[in-house]
Design a protein around this ligand. Structure first.
Ligand SMILES: [Zn+2]
Length: 94
């Protein structure tokens, strides 16, 4: 199982390729199915980052993540059901 630090390294790589999507492989299972979604208060440049793998359903959650230019964030003031659409209930690595 990949450690939090390994997930953080993967996050940095995926983050730096934004707004282009990355084909980086998951630090845990090796599949190129990593997903990154930002959620933020309206007008904020910082928010929460949900970063997970669609194959093994593990990942990390970061707060105060700067939202890069050209990347849309989901707004915190929309209903959770809509905000969390497409984000699976993945296992958080801590
Ligand atoms: Zn995986």
């Amino acid at each position: 199982m990949a450690s939090f630090d390994e997930w953080l390294d993967a996050y940095d790589i995926v983050y730096r390729t934004l707004p282009t999507s990355s084909d980086l492989r998951c630090p845990n299972c090796g599949h190129p199915t990593l997903r990154l979604v930002f959620t933020a208060p309206p007008g904020s440049e910082h928010g929460y980052a949900s970063f997970w793998c669609d194959t093994c359903l593990e990942g990390i959650h970061l707060s105060r993540a700067p939202i890069p230019d050209g990347v849309g964030a989901r707004l915190l003031d929309v209903p959770a059901e809509e905000r969390n659409r497409g984000i699976p209930d993945y296992r958080l690595v801590t």
